[in-house]
Design a protein around this ligand. Sequence first.
Ligand SMILES: *Cc1c(COP(=O)(O)O)cnc(C)c1O
Length: 451
Amino acid sequence: MKTIIEPFRVKAVEPIRMTTREYREEVLKKAGFNLFLVDAKDVLIDLLTDSGTGAMSSEQWAGIMRGDESYAGADSYHRFYNRLHDLTGFDHILPTHQGRASERILFEVVGGEGKIVPNNNHFDTTRANVEHSGAKAVDLVIEEGRSPKSRHPFKGNMDIEKLEALFEEVGPEKIPLVMVTITNNSGGGQPVSLENIRAIRRVCDEYKKPFFLDACRFSENAYFIKRREAGQGDRSINGIVREIFDLADGATISAKKDGLVNIGGVLMFRDDVLAQNARNLLILTEGFPTYGGLAGRDLEAMAQGFEEVTHEDYLQYRIRSTEYLGEKLLAAGIGIVEPPGGHAIYIDAKEFCPHIPQEQFPGQAVVCAFYRHAGIRAVEIGSLMFGYGGNKPAMELVRLAIPRRVYTQSHIDYVIEAIIEVFEKRKELKGYEIVEEPPHLRHFTARLREL
Ligand SMILES: *Cc1c(COP(=O)(O)O)cnc(C)c1O
């Protein structure tokens, strides 16, 4: 069959509130043309992020009722532990409230002044936690990973020569661990190959250093390996996932992605000493090690989510629907980061509206136009987010992140149609200027004016 159907039926529905263009125009003005300041009820299709925005299954909701809320040693913890132990093989599995809590604890244990942490691309919270510990975060993604049009099948790969050169240059004592992000979120949701993960393992063995995964989208990455990597096509997703984790010494996960839950995180170790140090910090700020800042019901939802996310029909639907959106935009002549990543499509806003100079936020112009025209919420990743303190980002992107199991094909078709209509009238888009901004992370709260 040519048509890939959503591998689920709908049991509960959440109405979308329809709005008019005139109403949205007012909303935009009130929000200072910043979509972070728009209320969710005024959005038709919300593609702001894929983090914590997914739909849970009936089995996950059943788990919510089953949640054992005992302070210590709850049944829900054991179900959570057993699922993650089967999936990853790690012995030490700590629940946390979300990914950045895992990162904060990990880098408080291994980071510190003078240390250097390599990654393919640090996600922003990972970088912030590395730097908060006093260490330096270094990105070593391959050249193709920096080029939006390169069709390399594993653009998230780490440059192994650069990794070895870093060890030689600064000395292994300064590098507490090597981390790799699967899929590479900051690089457009691009996967890392199994071959590359094995090569990183070899380098870590050579210098006797632990290898950690930022494994938020481990299952999407495993599906790309199955589809694209030679010799992997006949393997099960669970088999590939297990091999990836077997190659590592630990991992941080935000369960808001491939955990298929709205809140939750995981921190895992092989080493007893590292795990004990992390457990002590967990107790200090998150909670007792059998709940880690979550309710028993959240652990149930994660145990089930980490099971469902490796189902191949789910992954086929997931990766294909993102790819479908990307292909239709490309066919209409709209430039995107290629090939489509796992969780999002990134539109090249410089190409979309070449008449708007970088100082006038072409990405934000596109974001506002999508909302005004069709009530779609996307996010700018360009000058508004990064272009201050003398910074000029190389790319002006607009990210359309796809929540898991939330929207159907007709929603995606609506998005495609709306974007193409905006593209046809792109010459009418105007630039923006900032009228109010905070000193840090300005994209969250800045207010703008249309020029
Ligand atoms: C989302 C994310 C994180 C942080 O997780 P939170 O749950 O948002 O704290 C870390 N790394 C990557 C790659 C992510 O996508």
